[in-house]
Write a protein that binds this ligand. Structure first.
Ligand SMILES: N[C@@H](CCC[C@H](N)C(=O)O)C(=O)O
Length: 276
């Protein structure tokens, strides 16, 4: 089976072109390829498929084999993949996901994809749709007890669940301890991704993320979008913010008129390979 390893801000996945390859058991393959010692090494697996509703379809799996409806860094790489490997000549590409069709724009310089902008759609705050337990209309800075500590959490879905908490210093977060406690907290029936955010100023934030199903990763695109929207809901930033992650930077812009979030960032091919 031929594959390509790609990364966006260090959030790395193994990509398989399912227009050519057949994958019988995606969860099993995701666990195998993600292993950093016995596999290829990645945060998960992304299958590129045909779609009857959009130009292509993205089917994504975390390192533990669980699937997610959306992956922000992954979808930028899918757009780069289909362009670079000649599956399309278009620079405006639509991709079907579990969270609806997303629209992407490639910035190509000297024949190379320099960066990709994604219309990430509407941020979702209704608790039942995230999903997170709660009777209120939106969960903004709500106290939550995690591992004996109290945090204030803001919950947003970008097609997948995010719990955003604000901290003084992201470097001091004991993420290996706290991340799993949030992920499996009883408030989140489908588990959650958790973002730890330090607001630097009204246009810049630092972020660390504990991803559902993959643990700490160097970046999370949906997490960056959810975090910027959480900042806006808490009155902490303007509508355009640079998000500094462990593996790079993303620009996230909230279009207030259309209630849409746009994310711009890199998409990089690491290597092609063949699984034996
Ligand atoms: N890294 C991704 C998100 C991947 C899915 C997530 N772990 C989940 O289970 O929802 C991104 O860039 O958005």
């Amino acid at each position: 089976m031929k594959f390509t390893k790609m990364q966006g801000c260090g959030n790395d996945y193994v990509y398989v072109n399912c227009l050519r390859e057949k994958v019988d058991n995606p969860p099993e393959l995701a666990i195998a390829v993600s292993d950093r010692h016995f596999g290829i090494g990645s945060d998960g697996l992304i299958l590129i498929k045909a779609s009857d509703k959009a130009d292509f379809m993205m089917d994504m799996y975390n390192a533990d084999g669980s699937s997610s409806a959306m992956c922000g860094n992954g979808i930028r790489c899918v757009a780069k993949y289909v362009y670079d490997y000649g599956l399309t000549k278009e620079k405006n590409i639509s991709i079907e996901t579990g969270a609806g069709i997303k629209y992407l724009k490639l910035a190509v310089e000297d024949g190379r994809v320099a960066e990709v902008t994604v219309d990430m759609g509407h941020p979702i705050t209704r608790p039942a749709l995230i999903p997170v337990k709660g009777e209120e209309e939106r969960i903004i800075a709500k106290p939550i007890k995690v591992g004996g500590e109290e945090y204030k959490v803001t919950c947003v879905s970008m097609g997948n669940p995010h719990a955003v908490v604000f901290v003084e210093d992201t470097k001091k977060v004991e993420i290996e301890k706290t991340g799993p406690l949030f992920e499996h907290h009883e408030w989140f029936p489908e588990r959650t991704n958790t973002e730890f955010i330090h607001v630097v100023d009204r246009n810049n934030i630092d972020m660390r993320v504990w991803e559902r199903g993959s643990g700490e990763t160097l970046a999370c695109g949906t997490g960056a979008c959810a975090s910027v929207y959480a900042c806006i809901l808490n009155g902490l930033t303007e509508d355009e913010v640079k998000v500094k992650l462990l593996g790079g930077e993303l620009i996230v812009r909230y279009d207030r008129e259309k209630d849409l979030i746009f994310m711009t960032g890199p998409a990089v091919t690491v290597f092609d390979g063949e699984l034996l």
